[in-house]
Design a protein around this ligand. Structure first.
Ligand code: G3I
Length: 448
């Protein structure tokens, strides 16, 4: 994909006029996710990076989502890199963008064992000092955004997999009550904000989620301000826990809200059409589980585009985890979310009476030129898309008169802005160059 993109952008510099590689944003005719979610009484969000909130990224973030979570900008290490010296630039930018687009903000995160400033983690503190540092941090950050943050992930990832408390700066220095104190201080700084505990691998019913359940129950019994639990949902393809909805329901029955806070579904690369279809089903089932429980209030994806995901750098060989591809084109996963929110995917135009034929028009030792001819008889098209899967490792390197993308073996080519119409009795042809080795069999193409 990356090499195709590089080749295509190089080619576009060279050949100019006919080269088109502008990825579409979500189809204009489809209802944005935020509107679909609103009709279900839900919020749909994404994690964002402040510096990217312009151009296509900003357009999609603003149009499709009703909540933004700063992916990194509000973490302690970001806002107070040097003790007493604050940097709110990116956090302010994201909050301002959200307000300009009628969006909520999920504050993320106040108390964590990662992404803390080194002056904090390298210091040696008495427990009284540590407690006062934490209280000041929470009061300062929550106070700064008072009235502007819908919900805070106050405490992030407090548990081990077996349900015991994670050994951290906070737990080791302050004991388990750091959690109750953090919630109490956050509530004092912004009584209107909903306060959450957020963790991963707590999506299904298991030892860790049961520990979280017992903690929330005891906090509520003690009158500690706790409004919700965040289930991060960093999932693996095909592994949505079967007890997800049951687990959401048991938290709801405790009297707290639930949010899916960091949803992504990673797969072994390269992606192919079967994996992308499974991913769509996975996204759909997670969103459907939230839709099914009234107190599940928000589903947030952890970055909406594959190019903005944390997955490839953390899990080498894995990626393609989000609902949009590297070029901001919606993937099947996007439509999985939309369908779970009650949206109907725009049906592709009927192709009855129209056919697509693939041929190799020139071939040399390492490369070839191919073309696809779309012809209609007794029918017509106003837009078209042609798909095929290469069986011998061929790779499209350049295309003209169409916008082509390749992910693994799967190629999709869509009409350029000027040749979507194929009249009854007419035809349109587009071409491409590709690489091959060994053999170069002609694939079966489908017209959509
Ligand atoms: O900003 C620096 C940049 O200056 C430097 O050049 C670059 C070189 O490595 O690093 C940049 O910082 C990176 C930062 O993301 C911003 O991109 C850090 O190395 C990198 O470790 C950090 O990763 C973040 C990760 O949390 C840290 O644990 C991810 O972006 C962020 O998406 C991820 O988010 C967490 C949630 O907060 C909690 N749940 C899990 C989730 C995924 O890990």
């Amino acid at each position: 994909m990356r090499s195709l993109r590089t080749a295509l952008s190089l080619a576009s510099l060279v050949t100019g006029a006919l080269m088109l590689f502008t990825a579409p944003a979500a189809h204009a005719a489809d209802t944005p996710l935020r509107d679909l979610a609103a009709a279900k009484g839900k919020i749909v969000g994404t994690a964002v990076t402040g510096s990217k909130l312009t151009g296509t990224y900003g357009d999609i973030a603003g149009a499709q989502f009703s909540s933004l979570t700063p992916g990194n900008a509000m973490k302690w290490g970001s806002v107070e890199p040097t003790q007493g010296s604050f940097n709110w630039t990116e956090a302010d930018q994201i909050v301002a963008f959200a307000e300009a687009h009628g969006q909520q903000v999920r504050g993320h995160t106040l108390v964590w064992h990662n992404q803390n400033p080194s002056w904090l983690t390298n210091g040696s503190w008495t427990s009284a000092q540590l407690s006062s540092l934490l209280q000041n941090h929470i009061s300062t950050e929550v106070g700064r955004y008072k009235g502007r943050i819908a919900a805070w992930d106050v405490v992030n990832e407090p548990f081990n997999e077996d349900g015991t408390y994670r050994s951290t700066l906070w737990y080791n220095g302050l004991g388990a009550d750091y959690i109750a104190n953090a919630l109490t201080w956050a509530h004092a700084a912004d009584p209107a904000a909903k306060l959450y505990i957020n963790d991963y691998n707590v999506e299904g019913v298991n030892a860790k989620s049961t520990a979280l359940y017992n903690l929330v129950k005891s906090l509520k019994d003690r009158g500690v301000p706790i409004d919700g639990v965040g289930l991060q949902a960093h999932l693996i393809l095909g592994q949505v826990p079967s007890t997800l909805q049951q687990n959401i329901q048991r938290f709801a029955d405790l009297g707290v809200d639930v949010a899916i806070t960091e949803l992504d579904v990673r797969m072994a690369l390269p992606a192919d059409s079967a994996k992308l279809a499974q991913q769509a089903a996975d996204y759909k089932s997670v969103v459907a589980a939230c839709v099914a429980v009234a107190r599940c209030v928000n589903v947030t994806v952890w970055g909406f585009a594959d190019s903005d995901s944390w997955v490839p750098s953390t899990f080498p060989g894995y990626g393609a985890a989000t609902p949009y591809d590297d070029n901001y084109a919606p993937k099947p996963a996007y439509y999985g979310i939309a369908e779970a929110l009650g949206g109907t995917t725009t049906p592709p135009p009927s192709t009855d009476g129209c056919t697509a034929a693939y041929s190799v028009t020139n071939q040399w030792s390492t490369g070839f030129t191919g073309e696809v001819r779309i012809a209609c008889s007794g029918a017509s098209l106003s837009s078209w898309k042609v798909n095929w899967t290469y069986g011998a490792g061929q790779q499209v390197t350049q295309a003209w008169n169409a916008t082509c993308t390749q992910s693994g073996a799967a190629v999709t080519c869509a009409n350029a802005s000027y040749n979507g119409t194929v009249p009854d009795g007419g035809s349109v042809t587009f071409g491409f160059n590709g690489s091959w080795s060994g053999s170069n069999p002609v694939p079966t193409v489908t017209l959509g």
